[in-house]
Design a protein around this ligand. Structure first.
Ligand SMILES: *Cc1c(COP(=O)(O)O)cnc(C)c1O
Length: 350
């Protein structure tokens, strides 16, 4: 293998500790969608558990079941892309917490749980303006009434009320929060025991305390991926967890050729726009071809040496993203699953 993503357990632990301290007393749910933002579920879960994480956000049911298998029964696993009776039955049996953003799905969950004799852990999602799955405000009182009825039969336990922010502007997020407050009031008035409220992801959780409620769902910042155009890692108290390295496979004239290319998920538009960390310091990244990447050679460049494309000591994934007008998450999750992910206690600069 000529390329590897080194995954620093130390950086992950540090980020989780710093983010938990920042959002306390709200709980931190670690979001692990897209194979833990490209870092590898199996690399991330054990470290997260050792760091005291008690909630994991998995996105879909197959991922939630994988997390359950990796993490055991103690941890709470939340999935919000809930589809397919087969997966839903397995999720109910595995005690997965289900994000339910649609009245028809609420009925389906209650029906399946009753048939299996289990209690579904439900987190009702109010649509606060994103219009991407979520019970609309006009449907909310009815959904809450049906939730209360199902709770008395034991088929359902209302564990949470939640939504997701657009994070396009503070004004929009404030409007979303007002709708969220109304939805919480409706739940209170229905006489249901107070469920956990959760609304914020990385940015709002870190920067806007009034959005934290009982729990925050944090993906990007856990992995040290800062927002494009936003505050830096130091301000946020985070550090990059992943470091992408590739070996020199050929040296010709003034060019060192690396064994990683666009087909491995490195965007070709990076060519001519960023620099990479060679054994002799930063060098220009000239172009990204299908299978290889050319960087400016350094004195003594030789086959087998490694160059760091992003990560501690080099540019960050978000630095790369900013050079091509995208976001750091995009750089991280585009990396081909065929590239080895290697968890290490510490990923040194060199
Ligand atoms: C992806 C996602 C998150 C985490 O977002 P980050 O900005 O990466 O922290 C939280 N909640 C939901 C519903 C998501 O889809």
């Amino acid at each position: 293998m000529t390329a590897v993503l080194r995954v620093s357990r130390t950086a992950l632990r540090g980020n989780l500790a710093s983010l938990r301290a920042r959002v306390a007393p709200a709980e931190l749910m670690l979001v692990v969608k897209d194979d833990a933002y490209g870092h590898g579920l199996a690399n991330v879960i054990p470290t997260a558990l050792a760091a005291g994480i008690t909630w994991i956000g998995a996105f879909d049911l197959p991922t939630a079941l994988r997390v359950r298998a990796l993490a055991g029964d103690e941890v709470r696993v939340f999935a919000w892309m809930v589809a397919g009776d087969e997966s839903l039955r397995a999720a109910l049996d595995a005690g997965i917490d289900l994000g339910v953003g649609d009245p028809a799905l609420l009925d389906e969950v209650v029906r399946l749980a009753a048939a299996r004799g289990v209690t579904a852990r439900v987190h009702l999602k109010i649509d606060t303006g994103l219009h991407r799955n979520g019970i609309r405000p006009e449907q909310w009182p009815d959904a809450v009434a049906r939730t209360a009825a199902a709770q008395t039969t034991g088929a359902l336990s209302l564990e949470g009320v939640w939504s997701h922010l657009a994070e396009a502007s503070d004004d929009e997020d404030d409007a979303a929060r007002a709708l969220f407050e109304q939805a919480l009031a409706t739940v209170r008035e229905a006489g249901l025991p107070r469920p956990r409220a959760h609304l914020a992801a990385s940015a709002a959780a870190s920067l806007r305390p009034e959005f934290r409620y009982d729990m925050v769902r944090i993906g990007a910042f856990s992995y040290g991926i800062r927002p494009a155009g936003g505050p830096g890692e130091d301000d946020l108290g985070i550090a990059p967890v992943g470091a992408l390295e590739a070996e020199v496979v050929e040296v010709r004239d003034s060019t060192a050729v690396l064994g990683i290319g666009a087909l491995d998920g490195l965007p070709s538009r990076l060519g001519g726009r960023v620099r990479a960390l060679s054994p002799a310091g930063m060098v220009a990244l000239d172009h990204v071809d299908d299978l290889t990447t050319s960087v400016a050679a350094w004195p003594g460049a030789s086959v087998g040496q490694t160059v760091r494309l992003y990560g501690t000591g080099a540019l960050s994934a978000t630095d790369l993203a900013e050079a091509i007008d995208t976001i750091g998450e995009e750089i991280a999750v585009r990396l081909s699953p065929l590239i080895e992910r290697r968890a290490e206690d510490d990923v040194r600069t060199r």
